[in-house]
Design a binder for this molecule. Structure first.
Ligand SMILES: [Zn+2]
Length: 410
């Protein structure tokens, strides 16, 4: 028997009450008052496409349009999305696909990619008398480019600054501060593995493990740019590291090349204006799109390039980034497969802090079944976190050797 909407609603509430966060992430209790989204259905008639989202209770919704690429963004309070895994990827009329998730603390979004310019002709939430479920209707109507352009308005920036870790630095603490930057999050899922696992979940699980490992010895302070499944803009990640006066910034990702499922292995990237090769340039372009994916307007965010002092500082800092990348590869080599060219450079937005040595680690390829199995295994997480900790110990060895660090093995 198929569950009725009401049964599913009840089930969703049970799931919510027992919820332990998304797959692979550290268990996180979810407050019970958060509305649950349990179903999504799109329907197209003539020039209109209607997306209906079934929710456990009424919510306030606001919509706006963004251009390049053409998108509809629906602003919502925090929603616990319990939609089927493939809910957002079916093309229907004006809707190419849609994403959903946390955009900022207490704020969720639905971002709809459009197949052609469209306006929001209806956006409301009503209660269905039969079972008390709330139905949110997003109705889109086809329009011309000029009318779409006139209707586009820039969104408000997200207030992501308050999500910083509880491990924020105390001014008197001399221990190096390591910032771990788990890529993507919330409304931006990152790459999707063939097994249905998202990059955002794999990298946050690893970041948590690495933090545990680093804190265990007491040699470091650790700050995460995101604790849970929430969107943080690229510039905000860099800003947090700089504001906290980080000593090292490690961005963690897991790429995908769907055209080459046999390609696998980890890669360490350092920042550079010119990419090592076309593949690295493409990857940096994709990762730099993270803000656009979430409907976040980042234009004009980091044009400090003109500043010559900034450039000089960046160049010097990049020397340290290279040094750390080499140590990291030296430690990772024995414990995990590396890609053909394991140290590469490219113009990643998150590697632009002029005063914080920064690397971006692609743990492996989600397009490779072997890498997926590895990256989702506890044993791999443990030994990779240990190897990274060893590299960090080496990097800071000279500086903290006299304090608490044990001698580092050769
Ligand atoms: Zn990524």
């Amino acid at each position: 028997m198929n569950p009725t909407p009401l049964t599913r609603l009840v089930l969703a509430w049970v799931v919510l009450a027992l919820t332990v966060g998304s797959a692979g992430a550290t268990p996180q209790p979810v407050p019970l008052r958060i509305p649950v989204a349990i179903a999504a259905e799109a329907r197209t008639e003539a020039s209109k496409t209607r997306l209906t989202i079934t929710l456990s209770q009424e919510v306030e919704a606001q919509g706006f349009l963004m251009e390049r690429p053409d998108r509809v963004v629906i602003e919502l309070p925090e929603i616990n999305f319990q939609l089927p895994p493939q809910a957002g990827i079916r093309r229907d009329g004006l809707i190419a696909s849609f994403r959903y998730g946390l955009y900022a603390p207490d704020r969720s979004r639905i971002v709809i990619d459009l197949t052609q310019p469209a306006l929001i002709s209806r956006l409301d939430v009503t209660t269905r008398p039969s079972d008390g479920a709330a139905l949110m209707t997003i109705e889109l109507v086809r329009t011309d480019r000029e009318s779409f352009r006139q209707a586009v308005r820039p969104p408000d920036p997200p207030s992501t600054g308050s999500i910083s870790s509880s491990a924020a630095p105390g001014p008197a603490d001399p221990r190096p501060l390591i910032v771990l930057d788990a890529g993507h999050g919330g409304i931006d899922p990152g790459a999707l593995a063939s097994t249905g696992v998202f990059e955002k979940d794999i990298v946050i699980a690893f970041a948590h493990r690495l933090r545990e490992r680093l804190l265990a010895d007491g040699n470091y302070r650790v700050l995460l740019t995101r604790e849970g499944d929430v969107f943080v803009s690229l510039d905000e990640r860099v800003r947090m590291a700089r504001a906290a006066r980080a000593d090292l910034f490690i961005s963690i990702h897991a790429d995908s090349i769907s055209s080459a499922p046999h390609v696998r292995g980890g890669t360490v990237y350092t920042g550079a204006e010119r990419a090592t090769d076309a593949e690295s340039a493409n990857l940096a372009d994709r990762e730099n799109q993270a803000d656009a994916v979430a409907g976040h307007d980042s234009r004009g965010g980091s044009n400090e390039v003109a500043d010559i002092l900034h450039e000089l500082m960046l160049r010097e800092t990049r020397g340290f980034s290279h040094r750390f990348a080499k140590k990291l590869l030296g430690q990772l080599g024995p414990v995990m497969p590396l890609s053909k060219k394991p140290h590469r450079e490219a113009g990643f937005r998150v590697l632009r802090a002029p005063d914080v040595p920064s690397v971006l680690v692609e743990l492996g390829y989600l397009s490779s079944r072997k890498d997926i199995d590895l990256l989702t295994s506890d044993a791999w997480r443990d030994r990779t976190a240990a190897a990274m900790t060893a590299a960090i110990n080496q990097f800071f060895g000279a500086r903290v050797a006299g304090q608490r660090l044990a001698p580092v093995s050769p």
